[in-house]
Design a protein around this ligand. Sequence first.
Ligand SMILES: [Zn+2]
Length: 77
Amino acid sequence: MNDRCFKCGGKLEKKETRIEKWVNDKLIVIEHVPVFECVECGERYFDADTSLKLDEYFYEKKPVKTIEVPVFEYKES
Ligand SMILES: [Zn+2]
């Protein structure tokens, strides 16, 4: 993993994030995902292993829990 930001050359710091992604009309949430964040511009990078694992979660793994999400339709008033 490159330890410098591709955009600005800033230092990357390892953090954890939560990923939300729509897959086949379902919202999938993955918590505690390791991410490298640029301390200068805030750009975020995932390393190759993490990206591969994320794909597994999106398409293969069984979730640990399912939550209900309220959905609203925005209307101009
Ligand atoms: Zn940067």
